[in-house]
Design a protein around this ligand. Sequence first.
Ligand SMILES: NC(=O)c1ccc[n+]([C@@H]2O[C@H](COP(=O)([O-])OP(=O)(O)OC[C@H]3O[C@@H](n4cnc5c(N)ncnc54)[C@H](OP(=O)(O)O)[C@@H]3O)[C@@H](O)[C@H]2O)c1
Length: 275
Amino acid sequence: MGYGAMQLAGPGVFGPPKDHDVALAVLREAVGLGVNHIDTSDYYGPHVTNQLIREALHPYPDDIVIVTKIGAVRGADASWIPARTPADLTRAVHDNLRNLRVDALDVVNLRVGGISEPIEGSIEEQFATLADLQRQGLIQQLGLSNVTSAQVKQANSIAKVVCVQNHYNLVHRDDDALIDELADSGIAYVPFFPLGGFTPLQSSTLSEVATRLGATPMQVALAWLLHRAPNILLIPGTSSIAHLHENLAAAELALTDGTLTKLGAIDGEGVQRAP
Ligand SMILES: NC(=O)c1ccc[n+]([C@@H]2O[C@H](COP(=O)([O-])OP(=O)(O)OC[C@H]3O[C@@H](n4cnc5c(N)ncnc54)[C@H](OP(=O)(O)O)[C@@H]3O)[C@@H](O)[C@H]2O)c1
């Protein structure tokens, strides 16, 4: 169970957090409770989450893995603008190195595709740029985000892919086949929006199961993901210490086969989302 830092920036993932000290406390609490996988990007804020991570945690514990992603920049109006030329990607790696204050980034995901779904097409030039930066010693491991199976195969023929970060949760299951494929290849799958993203999941089945187990719906949604496949690593995002505790405790929640079947049938039940 890791932690996704995106929620620490201001509204719309833009600008400073609503409470700087709470943001630092969330990060320190996560690491204090044993989290050693933190997901971030220099375009959150922009620069805000990386600077908070540095302020809260630098010098970093030896075992911590900070995973960042590149492939976009932010407009002055908070828009998300693709930035994937070799020069853009190289600049983004240097921005991440500076803001996180490290000599080499642990893992860099190349973020491609649309807003939250992949778009088929070659990523050869972009991934080759990352592979070059890895050879220069600026990046330790490479990953991908928002990609198709064909794009994973193409990237893997250029340099080793260690993780894929795509949109997936209890009610968004487009990647079922990809997850199993990656498990067979020993590649980690890290779902973004594991709780549904900006509008957390709501389903009557999820609530019923949670009540029966004495857990919260969000905990059950996370536990379901952990039971889904051995290569799934979680990075639920929160700006709240109480939610952080709740999310980390989900790792202890055991689900029976019967419960997993019931939850697995939620996809398509006409799930409502919170307004
Ligand atoms: N690769 C990509 O394109 C991409 C895209 C999106 C996100 N990401 C990464 O994935 C991580 C996770 O995604 P996410 O943060 O967007 O979505 P998420 O983890 O699915 O959900 C975050 C939302 O759920 C709320 N929440 C968290 N824990 C809760 C709990 N226990 N009870 C009730 N509400 C809870 C949060 O609000 P509070 O702050 O109030 O807890 C926030 O509104 C991000 O932090 C980011 O690092 C990557």
